[in-house]
Design a protein around this ligand. Structure first.
Ligand SMILES: [Zn+2]
Ligand SMILES: [Zn+2]
Length: 392
C-alpha cells in the first residue's frame, strides 16, 4: 500500500490547523501549571478537539487533567500518541511540554484525517504530571494504555536525537527525628535532626565522586527545622537516585541510604525512609525509531545518535517503554545549547523556531503512526524488537 498520499493528506490537515496549534502551544506556555493541576491546559486541548468534531473523554483513567481521544476503523493495531502539558515550579515551561501538547494534537488531527483509509486505531492520550508525578504510570495502571501496540511522543531539546539516554530513577524520602531543646539555654538536652541530615548529605556528596558517569544523585532539603533558637527535632529531604543500569541503580540506592543511616547512628537520631516514585530507563524501539527518523528526514530534520557521555534526565515514558514498544525522540527548539529546566529553555519553548519544530514533530509522529498502521511488516518488526524491561 502506498502511504505517501495519506501522509500528504495528514500533513495538509496539520498545516490547516497551524494557527490553532501555535495558539495552543503559546496559551499553555503563558499559563504554566504543575502536575495534576493542568486544568487550563487540558481543557484548552479537550475543547479544541471537541470543536473539531473529535470525541474526547475527559478525566481519563480517573485523573482529572488526563484525556483520551480515539479514532477507530475496523480491526487493526492501536497506536498511542502521548501529549504532556505540565510545567515546573518557579520556571514555567522549562521542559517545553507546551510543545509536546500541541504536537500531539497536530499528530492526532493528521492521522484522524486519513483513519478511514487505514485499519486500526489511533489514540491520543493527554498525560498529566510528567514532572515528578508519574502520570503515565497512573494512567497505565488505570487501563488507559490497554490494547496499545506502540506508543510515541516527541520531546523538545537543543539537539535532534533519535535514541536519547534517559536513565532510570528512584525517589528517596528521608525524615530524621531528634529532640527539640532551647538552642542557647540547653542545647545539650537536644538531639539535632538537621545536623544528622547535613552529615548524611556530606557523605552522599562524597559518594557522588565515585559513581559511574551515567548516574546522578541529587535532591533538596524539604525541612531544616522550625526556628533558629530551637534545636531542630525534625529534618527531611527528597533525594533522587538515577542510573542507566538497573542493578547499578540498586547498588546506588543501597549506598545512598547507608550515608543517611550512618548519620542517624552518629547523631542518635531516628531515621525514617521511603522509596517512592520509580521511573524506568527509556528503551527506544529501533524499528519505530527508524521510521520516525526517516519521516523526520523527509521533513528536513536529520536526527542523530545520542551524544557520548551525556544523559538526558528521566521520564515516565520510560515506564511505558518497558511495557509497550515506544519512542521518545528529541527535536531541537534552539540554535544554541540550552539546558532543560532552565529559564532559558522556558524562553526557547515559545519562539518561532520552537513552533516550527512542533509542527515538524506533529507531522513526523503522524507519518510514523500511518507507517505502523499501514505497513504490517513494520509493526511486526517493532513487536519482534520489543523486550519488556525490568523495572527499577
Ligand atoms: Zn522535565
Ligand atoms: Zn520534559
Amino acid at each position: 500500500m502506498d502511504l505517501q498520499p495519506l501522509k500528504q493528506r495528514a500533513a495538509a490537515r496539520i498545516d490547516q490547523a497551524s494557527v490553532a496549534l501555535d495558539g495552543l502551544a503559546l496559551a499553555i506556555h503563558g499559563r504554566p501549571e504543575l502536575g495534576y493541576e493542568e486544568r487550563f491546559a487540558s481543557a484548552a486541548l479537550e475543547d479544541y478537539l471537541a470543536g473539531q468534531d473529535l470525541k474526547v473523554t475527559r478525566g481519563a483513567g480517573g485523573v482529572e487533567t488526563a484525556f483520551v481521544a480515539e479514532t477507530r476503523n475496523g480491526v487493526g493495531p492501536t497506536i498511542a500518541i502521548c501529549a504532556e502539558y505540565d510545567a515546573l515550579p518557579g520556571i514555567g515551561h522549562g521542559c517545553g511540554h507546551n510543545l509536546i501538547a500541541a504536537s500531539g494534537i497536530g499528530a492526532y488531527l493528521g492521522v484522524a484525517a486519513v483513519a478511514k483509509d487505514l485499519k486500526g486505531t489511533v489514540r491520543l492520550i493527554g498525560t498529566p504530571a510528567e514532572e515528578g508525578g508519574a502520570g503515565k504510570v497512573k494512567l497505565h495502571a488505570a487501563g488507559v494504555f490497554d490494547g496499545v501496540d506502540a506508543a510515541m511522543m516527541f520531546h523538545p531539546a537543543d539537539a535532534d536525537v533519535l535514541d536519547p539516554l534517559m536513565v532510570a530513577l528512584r525517589v528517596l524520602q528521608l525524615e530524621f527525628r531528634g529532640t527539640a531543646a532551647h538552642a542557647a539555654a540547653s542545647p545539650y538536652a537536644g538531639v539535632n535532626a538537621l545536623d544528622a541530615l547535613m552529615l548524611g548529605w556530606s557523605a552522599m556528596s562524597a559518594l557522588r565522586q565515585l559513581v559511574r558517569t551515567d548516574s546522578r544523585i541529587h535532591g533538596i532539603i524539604t525541612d531544616g527545622g522550625q526556628a533558629s533558637n530551637i534545636i531542630p527535632e525534625r529534618a527531611a529531604a527528597k533525594i533522587v537516585v538515577r542510573a542507566a543500569d538497573p542493578s547499578y541503580l540498586g547498588e546506588l540506592r543501597r549506598r545512598v541510604l547507608l550515608c543517611f543511616e550512618g548519620a542517624a547512628t552518629a547523631t542518635g537520631c531516628e531515621l525514617r525512609h521511603e522509596w517512592g516514585e520509580a521511573m524506568d530507563m527509556v528503551t527506544t524501539n529501533q524499528p519505530m525509531a527508524g521510521a520516525f527518523g526517516e519521516n523526520a528526514r523527509v521533513l528536513g530534520r536529520e536526527l542523530g545518535p545520542r551524544r557520548a557521555g551525556e544523559t538526558s534526565g528521566s521520564t515516565d515514558m520510560g515506564n511505558i517503554s518497558s511495557l509497550i514498544p515506544s519512542i521518545h525522540p528529541f527535536l531541537s527548539v534552539s540554535a544554541e545549547r540550552v539546558p532543560w529546566h532552565s529559564r532559558e529553555f522556558a524562553a526557547a519553548a515559545s519562539t518561532p523556531r520552537a513552533l516550527e519544530t512542533m509542527h515538524i514533530a506533529a507531522k513526523a509522529l503522524a507519518f510514523t503512526a500511518i507507517d505502523l498502521l499501514g505497513r504490517p511488516e513494520l509493526l511486526k518488526q517493532t513487536k519482534a524488537a520489543f523486550r519488556p524491561a525490568r523495572s527499577a
